[in-house]
Ligand binder design. Structure first.
Ligand code: ADP
Ligand code: MG
Length: 607
C-alpha cells in the first residue's frame, strides 16, 4: 500500500521519512509557535493590540478579587456603607470593560489567524510547485491536497480560537502566581506542589494525543486520496461495476478515521478529570491550611477568601489548558504534516550563477548517461544519443525501454546519476530551468488539459498571446474545424481534463498549445499512438506545421509515423542497439527490421 511508504518509521522513534526524501523531526510546539509568529509578523500592529488587550484582561481579572477582599476586610468591619456603591460600580465596570476587551482580542486573533492561514497556505502551494516531478511520483495527490486544505485549517482554528486563550492564560497564571507568592509564599508553594503532577500527566497525554491526531489526519489524507482517485476514475469504476467494492474500501478508510477520533476523545476524557482532581487537591490544601493559619490568627478571613478567589483564577488557566490541549496537539500534528512538505527540498535546483540559455539551435547530446528512478532499477546505462539541430530524430523500441525517460531528462524533470546532457554545448546543469523549459514543447500521449475553455487551454502555451495568435495556432494544429463547430467556439468549456472532447480533439488542442509556445525543441512522445487512423491523419497534418525548422524528438510505437525521420534510434533496455535512416535500418536486417515486419507483415521490406 503506497499509503505506508509515506510514513516509514513514523511513530517509531521520532524521525519520520517524508517520501524517500528528507527526514523530518516531530515538530515541537515551540517551533510551531515561532513559525506562526513569523507568518503573523506582517500583522505586528494587530498582534500588539491583541497582546495589550490580553494584559489588560489579566489586570482586570486581578482587580475583582481585590474588591472582594476589600469589602470583607475593610468595608464590613468598618461599616463603610458609602463605599458599597463604588464596589458595585467597580465590579460592573470591570465586567463591561472585560467584555469589550475580550471582543476586541477575539476579533483581532481571528483576523490574525486568517492571515497566517492565508500566508501559510500560499507558501505551501508555492513550495509544492517548486518541488521536483519525483516528489509527486512519491506522494499521493489526495494526501498533498489534505495537507494544503485540512491541516492548514486545523492550524488556523487553533490560532483564532486557542492561541490567545493560551497566551492570556499564561500571562494570568504567572501574574497571579507571583502575587500569591507575595501574599503567602508558604501556602502558595504548597499549592504549586500539585503542578509537577499536572505537567507530568500533560506530557504523557500530549504524546498520545499527538500520535492519535496524526492518525486522524493521515486517515483524512487517505480519504481524500481515495476520493481523488475514484472520482476522477468514476467511468472505470462503473465499467468494472466496482461501485460497491469502492464503497467498501471507502468505508474502511472512514472507519480508520472514526476509530482514531474515538481514541482521541477517550484520551481527552481521561485527561480532564485527572487535571480536575489535581485542582481539587490544590483547593483542599489551601482551605485546610488557610483555615489552620486563620485559627492561629496568622491570616485574616478576607485573605483566605481572596486567596481562594485567586486560586480559582490560577486554576482557570489550567482548566482551560486541559481543554485546549487536544486542539494544540491536533495543530502540532497538522503542523508536522505541513512542515514535512515545507522542509522537503527540491533535488533539481539551479546551481549558483546558472546562466540563461540563449535561444538554441537545438543540438542535444546525451553523453555516458546512467539513470535510474530509484536505486534498485536502472533505466539508462552508459547511454549515448545525439539529436541534430533542426532535424527530426526518432526513437523506437518496445515499451519500457526508456523512451519517455529520455524526454523527461531533456526537460530536466530528473537528473541523471552520472554523465552529462548538453544543448548546443551548454550542460543542462549550468542553465536556468526556466530558460531550458521555455524552449521545449512536449506533446505526449497522456494529454493534460485543465478545466476551462478551449481558448484558455491553448493560451497555456503562451499567456501573452493575442486572440489572433491563439486562432492561428488552432488552425495550424488542425483544430479550428472542430472548435468552430461548437456553438460557443473558443469559449467552450472542455470539462475536467477535457472530458467533453474526443481523444483526437484533445490531442490537437495540446498540439495547438505547443505551436503557440513556439519552442525550438519539440518532443512528441507517442503523440498519435492512441488515435484512430483518421484522427492520426489530422494530427500528422498538424505536426507537419509544427516540425519544420525545429529540433524534433519523435517517440513512436507506430513505425509509420517515423519513416521520414532524419535519424532513427532503436532502443532496447536503455541502450541504443541500432541507428540510421529508415532504409539503412531496413537493409541492416536487425531489430528495426524485426519490428517493421511485426507491424507490416504483408509489406515486402526490401522494396
Ligand atoms: P517507454 O517510454 O520506453 O515505454 P519509460 O521511459 O516510460 O519507457 O520507462 C522506462 C522504465 O522506467 C520502465 O521500466 C518503467 O517502469 C520505469 N519508470 C518510468 N517512469 C517511472 C517513474 N516515474 N518512477 C519509477 N519508474 C519509472
Ligand atoms: Mg513512454
Amino acid at each position: 500500500d503506497s499509503a505506508r511508504s509515506f510514513h516509514q518509521g513514523g511513530g517509531m522513534g521520532g524521525m519520520r521519512r517524508f517520501g524517500s526524501g528528507e527526514k523530518v523531526k516531530p515538530a515541537s510546539i515551540y517551533s510551531m509557535f515561532v513559525r506562526i509568529y513569523t507568518h503573523a509578523r506582517t500583522q505586528l500592529p494587530l498582534l500588539l493590540a491583541a497582546v495589550v488587550c490580553v494584559i489588560m484582561i489579566s489586570l482586570l481579572e486581578f482587580i475583582v478579587p481585590q474588591l472582594t477582599r476589600y469589602t470583607i476586610d475593610e468595608i464590613i468591619p468598618n461599616k463603610l456603607f458609602n463605599k458599597l456603591f463604588l464596589i458595585m460600580c467597580g465590579i460592573l465596570g470591570s465586567a463591561i470593560v472585560l467584555g469589550i476587551l475580550r471582543y476586541i482580542s477575539a476579533s483581532l486573533m481571528a483576523s490574525i489567524g486568517q492571515r497566517v492561514l492565508y500566508n501559510l497556505r500560499n507558501d505551501l502551494y508555492r513550495h509544492m510547485q517548486s518541488l521536483d516531478v519525483s516528489f509527486f511520483d512519491r506522494n499521493r495527490t489526495g494526501d498533498l491536497m489534505s495537507r494544503v486544505t485540512n491541516d492548514v485549517s486545523i492550524l488556523q482554528q487553533m490560532i483564532s480560537s486557542s492561541m490567545m486563550q493560551l497566551f492570556t492564560d499564561f500571562f494570568t497564571f504567572t501574574a497571579i502566581a507571583i502575587y500569591m507568592l507575595w501574599i503567602d509564599w508558604k501556602l502558595t508553594l504548597l499549592l504549586l506542589a500539585t503542578f509537577p503532577f499536572m505537567i507530568l500527566t500533560t506530557r504523557i497525554f500530549a504524546k498520545r494525543m499527538r500520535s492519535s491526531f496524526r492518525t486522524v489526519q493521515e486517515s483524512v489524507a487517505d480519504v481524500s486520496d481515495h476520493l481523488q482517485n475514484t472520482l476522477t476514475g468514476i467511468r472505470l469504476i462503473k465499467a468494472f461495476t466496482a461501485e460497491s467494492y469502492e464503497s467498501e474500501r471507502f468505508s474502511q478508510r472512514t472507519k480508520r478515521n472514526m476509530d482514531a477520533n474515538i481514541q482521541v476523545t477517550r484520551l481527552r476524557a481521561a485527561y480532564e478529570p485527572i487535571i480536575d482532581f489535581l485542582n481539587f487537591l490544590g483547593l483542599a490544601i489551601v482551605l485546610v491550611f488557610g483555615a489552620w493559619l486563620a485559627m492561629k490568627n496568622q491570616m485574616t478571613i478576607g485573605t483566605i477568601v481572596a486567596f481562594i478567589a485567586y486560586l480559582r483564577l490560577l486554576q482557570n488557566p489550567v482548566r482551560h489548558f486541559s481543554r485546549i490541549m487536544n486542539t494544540i496537539q491536533q495543530s502540532a500534528a497538522a503542523y508536522e504534516r505541513i512542515m514535512e512538505v515545507l522542509n522537503t527540498e527540491a533535488e533539481i535546483v539551479e546551481k549558483q550563477g546558472a546562466i540563461k540559455l540563449p535561444p538554441v539551435r537545438g543540438h542535444i547530446v546525451f553523453n555516458q548517461i546512467d539513470f535510474a528512478y530509484s536505486s534498485d532499477t536502472s533505466v539508462l546505462k552508459d547511454f549515448h544519443l545525439e539529436l541534430e539541430a533542426g532535424k527530426v530524430t526518432a526513437l523506437v523500441g518496445s515499451s519500457g525501454s526508456g523512451k519517455t525517460t529520455i524526454a523527461h531528462l531533456i526537460a530536466r524533470f530528473y537528473d541523471p546519476q552520472s554523465g552529462e546532457i548538453t544543448i548546443d554545448g551548454y550542460s543542462l546543469k549550468d542553465i536556468t530551468l526556466a530558460s531550458l523549459r521555455e524552449q521545449i514543447g512536449i506533446v505526449s500521449q497522456d494529454i493534460v488539459l485543465f478545466n476551462g475553455t478551449i481558448e484558455e487551454n491553448i493560451r497555456y502555451g503562451n499567456h501573452h498571446s493575442t486572440d489572433e495568435e491563439v486562432i492561428a495556432a488552432a488552425k495550424a494544429a488542425n483544430a479550428s474545424g472542430f472548435i468552430d463547430s461548437f456553438p460557443q467556439g473558443y469559449h467552450t468549456q472542455i470539462g475536467e481534463r477535457g472530458v467533453k472532447l474526443s481523444g483526437g480533439q484533445k490531442q490537437r488542442l495540446s498540439i495547438a498549445r505547443a505551436i503557440l509556445k513556439n519552442p525550438r525543441i519539440i518532443i512528441l512522445d507517442e503523440a498519435t499512438a492512441s488515435l484512430d487512423t483518421e484522427s492520426e491523419q489530422h494530427i500528422q497534418d498538424a505536426l507537419a506545421q509544427l516540425l519544420p525548422g525545429r529540433t524534433c524528438l519523435v517517440i513512436a510505437h507506430r513505425l509509420s509515423t517515423i519513416q521520414q525521420a532524419d535519424q532513427i534510434y532503436v532502443l532496447e533496455q536503455g541502450q541504443v542497439v541500432e541507428n540510421g535512416t529508415h532504409s539503412e535500418l531496413l537493409d541492416h536486417q536487425g531489430r528495426y527490421h524485426q519490428l517493421y515486419e511485426l507491424q507490416f507483415p504483408q509489406t515486402d521490406a526490401s522494396q
